[in-house]
Design a protein around this ligand. Structure first.
Ligand SMILES: [Zn+2]
Length: 606
């Protein structure tokens, strides 16, 4: 292995090469020398593979860096974890005596970036201006040894640079966001004028978008809205908020349950963007003082995504919220929901029954709809009539016959269920059981040969039975029809790009009700924050389940009126994992964090 300082042999410093990176990793104790040699030999083949991926994705203008290539092997690191781009860049920063910075997309100044560099140059050289302070510019680079780039950037900035090291993929992601979005917004501002009260142009724009020809002079607004919607989908956002403030407009996304501010729009663009969205949703553009709601269908990756639009007048103008019903999120195959193998087997046995009642429970936003849709889709076939009663219909599915509750028209869960039973259904889904009539009719339907899925609002599986009886279900009838109960929560996943191993402290173990032996280690993972997870350390969500099959012992307890605590103890004796136990199991697997386990199981009694 050669020297670790990048040296071209003539005493000049040159850019980081593969050999230097591997030598650095060996020196830092992350990689064994023989493994380094083997990675070096495999590098040319791997490079061709990555090139083919770039070609397929149409991103050949993004250079493949050596750090990316080495990280793509997913080589286990000595000690723990894998060799990731972040760990490589941390080693590079340390060797160069520079700070490593996890780029936070929310702290990036888009204007500084686009005023300082061109997209092509920044992309090719993997640089990102972060800040200007006291006559110095902070510049993030992935390779601090690229002297040419640093000299060029010093000249361009016209001031001294403070160089920091970041991961190339983080830099590329931020550049992409900054330049693609700003191009659309700049176009719109140039067209509409920068004045916040440019009504002449605004009225013109409103008329244009109201017409059929939306590809006209307002194409920048069309592009900006299109970009925003697609960007929200790519970020797996559930909601997109466009909120007018006094001088500008804030764009925020709800990702994995948390709001993130992603952009700020000039005020004049806000009105145009709102008009565009209202046009797409076929709302009344002229009506600005009353709330309106509508729907948009958007084609995305060969799938039709349903968007629900809601407008609300606020002090500074109309606020628009777009809610995304992404079929990829709503429809997951059963084995992707997050059930452990035993629980998955139970759930599959529930839905394969010809008749009976399956109850799914959990608070709003706990992923119940996804579980129900996935279960229904698994049983739907040309020979099976699947009917649903929902409030509202979250996703239109061809394979189901879906009906929406409409209390104004007298269409309640109960009345619709009675009507539905005359429609020769095989499988019925009742969106929510919240009154005695619906509870009794759901049980009746299960007794008369139907498979009934229903949701109830309770904290856990055992207390669902008490809730049904409180609503007016006959205990004996419930015991003879109930097949199983599933309680669930959505837990946020640790970001796989920046997770680092740690250990559960004694206090944390106690908080979770765990008793660790004196020298027992409980390894856990926490995300430190990177561009991919927007600095949160968490990315994506997965279900945590408490699956309670109703066996003979439980049936007896239900009939005898046992309380939830007794039934919970019986179910646990029979092998049920409680929500908290299931969440702790996910923690032990490195899928989620301690804080998340505590958060989602805060209201668990068992
Ligand atoms: Zn991350």
């Amino acid at each position: 292995m050669p020297e670790t300082s990048p040296n071209d042999g003539k005493g000049r410093l040159g850019p980081l090469g593969l050999e230097q990176i591997l030598a650095l990793l060996v020196r830092n104790g992350l990689l064994q020398e023989p493994d380094a040699l083997s990675l070096r030999d495999k590098a040319p083949l791997q490079r061709r593979r990555l090139q083919r991926e770039r070609q397929a994705a149409g991103t050949t203008d993004i250079p493949i860096t050596w750090a990316e290539l080495v990280a793509s092997f997913q080589q286990p690191a000595v000690g723990s974890g894998r060799i990731t781009e972040t760990r490589i860049q941390q080693a590079v920063a340390e060797a160069a005596g520079l700070p490593y910075i996890a780029v936070d997309p929310l702290r990036v100044d888009p204007k500084l970036v686009s005023d300082t560099v061109s997209f092509a140059y920044a992309r090719r050289n993997r640089i990102l201006p972060l800040a200007v302070k006291d006559g110095r510019m902070t510049l993030a680079v992935d390779d601090p040894y690229s002297r040419d780039v640093i000299v060029t950037m010093t000249n361009r900035a016209g001031m001294p640079l403070d160089v920091v090291v970041s991961a190339a993929s983080d830099i590329q992601q931020v550049l992409d966001e900054v330049f693609r979005f700003r191009a659309s917004v700049r176009g719109a501002v140039a067209e509409l004028g920068d004045g916040a009260t440019d009504f002449g142009n605004l009225e013109q724009l409103v008329q244009l978008t109201a017409g059929t020809n939306v590809e006209g002079d307002d194409r920048h607004v069309v592009h900006a809205v299109d970009f925003l919607m697609r960007y929200a989908l790519e970020q797996r956002a559930s909601d997109l908020h466009i909120e007018p403030k006094r001088d500008s407009s804030h764009v925020r996304l709800r990702i994995d349950g948390v709001l993130h501010k992603v952009q700020e729009l000039p005020k004049v663009v806000h009105r145009a963007v709102v008009s565009r969205i209202k046009t797409m949703a076929r709302l009344d553009i002229a009506e600005k003082r009353r709330p309106q709601d509508g729907r948009i269908k958007l084609a995305h990756h060969d799938l039709e995504v349903e968007l629900r639009i809601s407008t609300l007048p606020t002090a500074f103008g109309e606020k628009v919220v777009t809610r995304f019903f992404d079929p990829q999120v709503l429809f997951q195959s059963l084995d992707q929901l997050g059930l452990f193998p035993t629980e998955l087997e139970y759930f599959n046995s529930f839905i394969r029954r010809p008749n009976g009642l399956i109850l799914v429970t959990g608070p709003t936003g706990s992923g119940k709809t996804t579980t129900l849709y996935s279960g229904l889709r698994a049983v739907a076939s040309p020979t099976v009539n699947v009917c649903t009663i929902e409030d509202p219909i979250e996703m239109v599915v061809d394979a189901f016959n879906q009906t929406a509750v409409n209390t104004r028209l007298g269409l309640t869960f109960d009345s619709l269920l009675r009507t539905l039973l005359r429609q020769d259904p095989d499988v019925i889904m009742v969106g929510e059981v919240r009154d005695g009539e619906t509870a009794r009719n759901a049980i009746q339907a299960a007794l008369t040969g139907h498979l009934v899925f229903a949701t109830v609002h309770t904290n856990d599986a055992p207390s669902t039975i008490g809730r049904m009886i409180d609503l007016g279900a006959e205990p004996f009838m419930l015991a003879s029809t109930l097949v199983g109960v599933v309680a669930q929560r959505l837990i946020r996943r640790v970001c796989m790009s920046c997770r680092q191993e740690g250990e559960l402290s004694a206090e944390q173990a106690t908080a979770l009700g765990l008793q660790l032996a004196k020298d027992e280690r409980f390894p856990v993972f926490e995300g430190v924050g990177c561009a991919k997870c927007r600095g949160t350390g968490l990315k994506g969500r997965i279900g945590v389940f408490e699956v309670m099959p109703v066996n003979e012992k439980l049936k007896k307890q239900i009939t005898e009126g046992a309380d939830a605590g007794e039934m919970a103890r019986q179910a646990v004796r029979d092998g049920m994992l409680t929500l908290r136990q299931a969440a702790i199991k996910k923690l032990a697997l490195g899928l989620t964090s301690f804080d998340e386990v505590l958060r989602v199981t805060a209201d668990s009694d068992y």
